[in-house]
Write a protein that binds this ligand. Structure first.
Ligand code: K1U
Ligand code: ZN
Length: 193
């Protein structure tokens, strides 16, 4: 893959916080594999690493395109930044497993979600070339979580109504506090609104 680089520098983009209608909408397919897509992918990777996180979907930065980025490499491994346009799950294992998931759009909330343990995903890379890969472990959890974002689905949608409601009300309060620029114990910035 061509290095993710361009002249002009990368930017950290504000991450939308739940609840937000853009996080509930279905994103549109990527059709142009151009410099602006590469710039978006670079910005998303920088935003993800800075958060820090292991994945990010374009709707989380307010761009309603089917683009996700991920890097689930361990601290003792080299970085493996991936950018996937129009990702689709071509195969999922019958075996499922739980993982305590988080979300950069729902900070400080975590819940167990059960998903297929392995998936095969097809996508188009930033040069417009078709790719297919099997993901397992945390990579499989993350790619499924990110593809859900492209379909307007959040990890809290796998929870019961009561748990989801509790988290949503706490997030509404966080957003109200941020809007009033009231310092929040967790230090989230008003820029995320
Ligand atoms: O999509 C997102 O909101 C990013 C999210 C991805 C994800 C996390 C856990 C399970 C499934 C998908 C995150 O990156 S949350 C932050 C996080 O999990 C993390 C942060 C630093 C180091 C390791 C993990
Ligand atoms: Zn998320």
């Amino acid at each position: 893959m061509r290095p993710l680089a361009y002249i002009g520098g990368m930017s950290i983009r504000p991450i939308l916080l739940h609840p937000d209608p853009r996080l509930k909408a279905v994103a549109k397919p990527v059709t142009a594999f151009d410099e602006s897509l590469r710039r978006l992918a670079e910005d998303m990777l920088e935003t993800m690493y800075e958060a820090p996180g292991i994945g990010l979907a374009a709707p989380q930065v307010g761009v309603m395109s089917r683009l996700i980025v991920m890097d689930c490499s361990r601290d003792d491994e080299p970085r493996r930044p991936l950018a996937l346009a129009n990702p689709e799950i071509a195969w999922r294992s019958e075996e499922t497993g739980p993982y305590e998931e988080g979300c950069l759009s729902i900070p400080d909330h975590f819940a167990e979600v059960v998903r297929p343990k392995a998936v095969e995903v097809t996508w188009i890379d930033l040069e417009g070339k078709a790719q297919r890969e099997r993901f397992e472990g945390l990579w499989a959890v993350c790619v499924q979580h990110e593809i859900d974002h492209l379909n307007g689905k959040l990890f809290i949608d796998y929870l019961g109504t009561i748990k989801r409601g509790v988290i949503t009300r706490k997030m509404e309060k966080l957003k109200r506090d941020l809007a009033r620029e009231k310092p929040h114990p967790k230090g989230h910035e008003a820029a995320q609104l």
